[in-house]
Design a protein around this ligand. Structure first.
Ligand code: F6R
Length: 626
């Protein structure tokens, strides 16, 4: 995810900014850039790749400027390149800014600004902001009119305020202006920003890790707030330009802790990030399905819209957790889009003789976009003339580049080796694809709206489950004696049983198997003895009764049962030894919420055993070998 750092004070800005960028590296990024005000000019340098590339570009140049902004970019709009890296400037190179977040209406704003002769150099949404501020700031004043017309000649802060009024989306921003060279303006809406208060200096960052070594005094900006900062002081106001008084907090995290946002492990941080990243994945996308748009299409699939209408079969290729999200996708795509779908281990795909033609779409699902098996499967499919599509997290990764089209999952970097937020954001894209492909076929707009509306609720529902983490931790401790687990579920929750078993296997090194509940009696039931624990994913859905029968069979043999059940289900509490309740939602969306307790259960189980859950033995985050 992108990172912001800004400095104003009595020291040279560039070394402090570079050091700050290095602290932000752990978040993952694909390019970096820096702007510093010096001798009445703004000097900007950018480099694709690591911060060290930027450092090499700077080389022996000694910049004396004491005000600057810098950024690590994780590409969302436009591929990683110098052009698309931040800071972004206006036409006259007066205003430069760094931006985290997504400007949803950037296309509309860009069109308006282009009509006013603004010249854009990047493909990013962020650059629009620099031009918009310029439009209000430039002199002489031009016409005054409605919000979208130019007003011109406003001071720096007011120009930012006016520009932000026109923006729809999220931002954390740090902005400098050559014509008011003694200040930085920062603003926040939905993307974190922290103001660090040092001695005669201020450091702004999107993440405490870039601040801790300078000061422990910080102010957390809230949404809708902005600050004007000079070397002597700062003033915080809200978007209506009303001064806001804020409490100064004390940072009591070490550098390592701050990178984890105060969580003991990246895995836990990433589990808790899910409401936010799911909301990111929906923003600007789900609206299509809620509007009167007849046959909505997602941006990345627009160029192949016609081909998608002709698709008669889908084959999903993926590995591990991504494979399990594909299995959930299979249920959705067949039930709601009416397209025959198969899911295949990418590692097996090219060793079969898959029957492919131009009416088959082969979809690669991959967090990293670099998994060798998945890449090989996609290349094989391409050679055979199939349309290849990607559901990938890392923008600019090989799979993202080599597939014909696709949709990014926008979950930000996943650092914990065990995949959590990547999984649920893959599900987001699979639901959106189901809606889109469904609408191209038989799905009614009433149905698509119903699903889209409920999909929008997922962040809130997940937040509710995360609040039960203490209860789940207790249950995980209770079963810490177990050396084996069975995970059972049916239909949409069969893949979740597989994913739950994989999670605990990976980070706790206990044996666990995921099974479709109906299959249990065909073999695994032989494992059941006194106290053998089975985890049943058993929401009140169309297969509820069948799950209950499976549960009774285990109970009769002395096994222990942990049930993931729908809030209010009293019957299950009579059979199961422990119940974790999840809220009611549409059956096809239950995987979003049933997987959360399983992620937490695996996490707490692994931690209780004393293992390094972020770096389980023998595993790599990105498997780039066959
Ligand atoms: C499990 C896990 C792995 C990955 C698999 C595919 O927690 O992380 O099973 O899901 O290696 O990786 P990507 O999605 O990067 O292709």
């Amino acid at each position: 995810m992108c990172g912001i750092i800004a400095y104003i004070g009595k020291q040279k800005a560039v070394p402090i900014l570079l050091e700050g960028l290095k602290q932000l590296e752990y978040r993952g990024y694909d390019s970096a850039g820096i702007s510093v005000i010096q001798n009445e000019k703004i000097i900007t340098l950018k480099a694709v790749g690591k911060v060290v590339e930027l450092q090499n570009k700077i080389g022996a140049q000694d910049f004396l400027g004491k005000i600057g902004i810098a950024h690590t970019r994780w590409a969302t709009h436009g591929k990683p390149s110098d052009r698309n890296s931040h800071p972004h400037g206006d036409c006259e190179s007066n205003i430069f800014l760094v931006h985290n977040g997504i400007i949803e209406n950037y296309q509309d704003l860009k069109k308006i600004l282009q009509k006013k002769k603004h010249k854009f150099v990047s493909e990013t949404d962020s650059e629009v902001l620099a031009h918009l501020i310029e439009e209000f700031n430039k002199k002489p004043a031009s016409t005054r009119g409605d919000a979208s017309s130019t007003r011109g000649g406003l001071d720096f802060k007011k120009s930012v305020l006016e520009a932000l009024k026109l923006v729809r989306g999220t931002y954390g921003l740090a902005i400098i202006n050559k014509n008011e060279p003694d200040k930085i303006i920062i603003a926040r809406n939905g993307s974190p920003l922290i103001l660090g208060i040092g001695k005669d200096e201020f450091i702004v960052a999107s993440d405490a890790s870039a601040i801790v070594r300078h000061t422990d005094k910080v102010i957390y900006l809230d949404d809708g707030e902005m600050a004007q900062i000079s070397a002597d002081g700062f003033e915080i106001s809200n978007i209506k330009n009303k001064i806001v008084s804020k409490e100064i907090s004390k940072l009591n995290w070490t550098l390592e802790e701050s990178k984890k946002g105060g969580f003991p492990h990246f895995m836990l941080k990433e589990i808790f990030e899910q409401p936010e990243v799911i909301a990111n994945g929906l923003r600007g996308r789900v609206e299509h399905f809620l509007s009167e748009d007849n046959f909505p299409i997602l941006g990345g699939l627009r160029p192949i819209e016609k081909k998608l209408r002709r698709i008669k079969k889908i084959i999903i290729v993926a590995c591990g957790t991504s494979y399990y999200s594909g299995l959930v996708g299979e249920y959705m795509l067949e039930e709601y889009a009416g397209i025959p779908t198969e899911v295949e281990y990418a590692s097996e795909f090219r060793y079969r003789k898959p029957i492919l033609d131009s009416s088959t779409a082969v979809v690669a699902i991959s967090q990293s976009g670099e998994t060798a098996d998945t890449l090989a499967a996609i290349r094989e499919a391409k050679n055979k003339g199939a349309l290849t599509l990607g559901i990938v997290n890392v923008v600019g990764s090989t799979i993202a580049r080599e597939t014909d089209a696709g949709t990014h999952t926008l979950s930000g970097p996943e650092i914990g080796v065990a995949s959590t937020k990547a999984f649920t954001t893959q599900l987001v894209v699979l639901v959106l694809w189901t809606l889109m492909l469904g609408r191209q076929r038989d799905m009614s707009s009433v149905m698509s709206k119903r699903i889209a509306q409920e999909l929008k609720n997922m962040p809130k529902l997940i937040e509710g489950i995360l609040k039960k983490s203490k209860e789940i931790k207790k249950i995980a401790k209770k079963y810490s004696y177990a050396k084996d687990f069975l995970y059972l579920g049916r239909k949409y929750n069969f893949p979740i049983a597989l994913e739950g078993a994989l999670k605990i296997k990976e980070i706790s090194y206990v044996h666990a198997e995921g099974y479709a509940t109906g299959e249990m009696k065909h073999g695994p039931i032989a494992l059941i003895e006194e106290n053998f624990p089975s985890i049943f994913i058993c929401p009140k859905d169309s297969v509820y009764e069948k799950n209950i029968s499976g549960m009774q069979e285990i109970k009769a043999r002395g096994g222990k049962i942990i049930a993931i059940a729908t809030t209010g289900d009293k019957e299950i509490a009579r059979i199961a030894d422990d119940v974790i309740y999840i809220p009611k939602t549409l059956e096809m969306l239950t995987p979003f919420i049933s997987v959360i307790p399983l992620q937490l259960f695996a996490y707490y189980f692994g931690v209780a055993k004393g293992y390094d859950v972020d770096k389980p033995r023998n595993l790599a985050k990105s498997v780039t070998v066959e």
